[in-house]
Design a protein around this ligand. Structure first.
Ligand code: ADP
Ligand code: MG
Length: 678
């Protein structure tokens, strides 16, 4: 029986109530506990002499209890225990609250290690509620886990220990032996034990490298498997290029970059033996929708259906309207299919899709449902692809007989990372904006100037424009709902008393979100207070101000996406970044935003300043959530890529028996994303 099938309640001391807390952390089974890796480690061997402790910093001191424990009652009936400890270099005061056992646990004259943050007050240096252990303890490095209210690090340590004790004598090894050897990786059982309880730093490094390697390899293999499938297929042949007749109906001329993008796609669909598998990367506002329309037109005129999937209802609706205008003089039949339609509308729509009465189908996730059957899907397009899991994209393509696949992204990414994410996808970059765009003027201000900014927003609204205000990012543990609501309430009762204000946040039901967005699009709401959910590509051309609170907390690519919500129409637009942080990196980062509107430049800077790990911090790319790896370890990344190629050469579909466990890992990694996206 796999440890992933044994519920966490089988561990001693974990009853139903506590198990519910573990579940909050995603730990349902003993196996989950084992793969719940520490966030950091405390190193008890890294001792600081008391004379060198620094207030505000966490450290370990090794000291002797030099006074008896003094228990005092303080306000609210609470108990406080005070004592002093000393080493060769000085004294340190310790304070504990509400722990009546301190005097039995810490004995006068004995030596212990204490770990905690040092504070400095009138009485000298002190530590409040430090952790401690006997000075001669053998465990020098202890794990630090991410917690949730009600669970302590001690409880997780105990659970991890208990869980590891259930590992079988021989742990089955998912990595083939020659891979272990070639990359000098430790066996899985060693890695699992030492990632939680390393005997020393070297052991921890070894364990980590092995687990990171395995995870990246799994990711690599999964991505490649998905692609290999399509590269062996025979493409649907679309011999005729109908682009000229399509562009003649457009109210504008395509930019050079748009023309190249259309030509790339039409070329793929006409000439390639295997289906098109292409990514179009273009900054916000670069006109990707028109390119898609051209591709759809070509698909239909060559005798097939096209599907265009968007991540939200409002976006699908918008695309539908855009397409309706573009195709109004043609005989092309458009279809909209979204989750919010009534059951009978959906049924009718699906019937037309299945019979082939609809030519271009625009929709949301509803397109993926089993009951959506295409008559002859020739091309599957996914907009804002980072909003979808990789598996969801594949599922859209599976609605046809190897249709051509096109994905659109506004998030530029560096090449090394693109290799994994997009693998053998061909890439077209749209590096030109339609003419007549003015850059969004961007300012970086402190909170002392906020009132002026709000005044400016009022003025814009008085002139008929609309504004977005992105409220502060929620601190860990705070409720998103409360903080967004509190923030909006302040504005509604204060400066914007007489204006229609709407709220949008991630915890709202999809339907309510769509509602608010739709009302904003119709200008029934003037000021939209929102969390970053507003980031995805809606087009409200009347919106001219984007104000972002606590701007220093957002990644640059998120800031850029948010800013892309304004400056889409003919009105001069503004982005106001609010932050009191005047640190060097913040100045640099927000400075870039003020200096340029170019997404690629911004992404490059982001990477330079914060490293690739952060780039994927908020799962910008629809990849599965990784438990331990990030993309900053480029060496392991490269090795895992090489290993993936090697394994697929031996066994192209990994059907080889030696790869059974790896296969299971791939399934597990990718199935976890499927339902958590969006
Ligand atoms: P994105 O690449 O962010 O999806 P859109 O496709 O929404 O951008 O296009 C942004 C706006 O630019 C739309 O209002 C669209 O009508 C307009 N647009 C697109 N291409 C051109 C063009 N070649 N000339 C003028 N306007 C264009
Ligand atoms: Mg778009």
């Amino acid at each position: 029986m796999s440890l992933y099938e044994i519920p966490i309640t089988k561990l001693s001391g974990i009853g139903e109530k506590r198990a519910a807390l573990f579940r909050k952390l995603g730990i349902n089974t003993v196996g989950d506990m084992i793969s719940y890796y520490p966030r950091a480690y405390d190193n008890w061997a890294d001792v600081t002499p008391i004379s060198s402790v620094v207030p505000g910093e966490r450290c370990v001191v090794r000291a002797r209890v030099s006074t008896p424990v003094n228990n005092v009652r303080i306000s609210g009936g609470r108990m406080m225990a005070k004592l002093s400890v000393s080493d060769d270099s000085g004294y340190l005061n310790l304070v504990f609250f509400n722990n009546k056992y301190i005097s039995t646990m810490l004995r006068y004259g004995e030596e212990y290690c204490f770990m905690g943050r040092v504070a400095y007050d009138n009485y000298g240096y002190q530590m409040v509620s430090p952790e401690f252990s006997k000075a001669d303890t053998s465990e020098a490095i202890t794990p630090v886990y991410n917690l949730t209210a009600g669970l302590t690090n001690r409880m997780l340590i105990k659970a991890a220990k208990d869980a590891l004790s259930m590992l079988p004598e021989v742990v089955k090894e998912p990595l083939p032996y020659d891979i272990l050897k070639r990359y000098d990786l430790c066996p899985l059982s060693y890695a699992l034990i030492n990632i939680h309880f390393p005997s020393d730093i070297a052991a921890m490094d070894k364990a980590r490298r092995r687990l990171v390697f395995e995870e990246l390899l799994t990711l690599n293999l999964g991505m490649r498997l998905m692609k290999n499938r399509s590269s062996e297929d025979t493409a649907i042949h679309m011999p005729v290029d109908h682009t000229p007749e399509f562009v003649s109906t457009l109210p504008f001329e395509l930019t050079g970059a748009q023309k190249r993008a259309v030509a790339d796609c039409v070329g793929d669909m006409r000439d390639k033996l295997s289906p098109m598998n292409r990514l179009i990367q273009g900054d916000v506002g670069s006109g990707k929708t028109a390119v898609c329309a051209a591709v759809c037109y070509n698909t239909v005129k060559n005798g097939y259906q096209a599907a265009f999937m968007a991540p939200t209802e409002i976006l699908a609706q918008q695309h539908f309207e855009t397409f309706s205008k573009m195709f109004s003089d043609t005989d092309i039949r458009l279809e909209l299919l979204t989750g919010s339609m009534t059951a009978s509308e959906k049924k009718k729509s699906r019937a037309r899709i299945e019979s082939g009465e609809s030519d271009i189908v625009i929709g949301t996730h509803a397109l993926l449902s089993e009951s959506t059957v295409f008559h002859s899907l020739g091309c599957a397009i996914t907009d804002e692809q980072h909003r979808f899991g990789v598996a969801q994209r594949a599922r859209l393509a599976a609605k046809g007989e190897h249709p051509h696949v096109l994905v659109l992204s506004a998030t530029p990414i560096p090449r090394t990372l693109g290799l994994i994410i997009y693998g053998d996808l061909d890439i077209t970059i749209i590096d030109e904006l339609p003419p007549g765009r003015t850059e969004v003027e961007t300012y970086f201000i402190g909170t002392d100037k906020r009132d002026r900014a709000l005044g400016f927003i009022k003025k814009q609204v008085d002139e008929g424009r609309q504004c977005y205000i992105v409220c502060p990012l929620v601190e860990e543990g705070d409720s998103e709902l409360e903080s967004a609501n509190d923030y909006a309430a302040e504005l509604m009762l204060g400066p914007f008393r007489d204006y229609p204000v709407g709220i949008l946040h991630g915890k709202m039901k999809a339907k309510d979100k769509e509602d608010v967005m739709a009302r904003f699009a119709k200008n029934e709401i003037s000021i939209l207070v929102s969390t970053t959910v507003v980031e995805v590509g809606v087009d409200v051309r009347n919106a001219t101000v984007m104000m972002i609170e606590n701007a220093e907390r957002f990644g640059l690519s998120t800031l850029h996406q948010l800013r892309g919500r304004v400056g889409r129409g003919r009105y001069k637009s503004y982005c106001i970044l609010v932050s009191d942080n005047r640190g060097e990196t913040t100045e640099q980062r927000l400075g870039v935003m003020c200096r340029t509107n170019n997404g690629f430049e911004i992404a490059d800077m982001d990477l330079k300043l914060r490293g690739p790990g952060d780039f994927f911090g908020n799962r910008q790319h629809g990849l599965p959530q990784l438990a331990i790896a990030d993309f900053s370890d480029t060496e392991t990344l490269a090795q895992s890529q090489e290993a993936a190629e090697y394994l697929l050469k031996i066994s192209p579909d990994l059907s080889d028996d030696a790869m059974r466990l790896l296969r299971a890992k791939i399934t597990k990694l990718f199935s976890a994303t499927e339902n958590t996206m969006n």
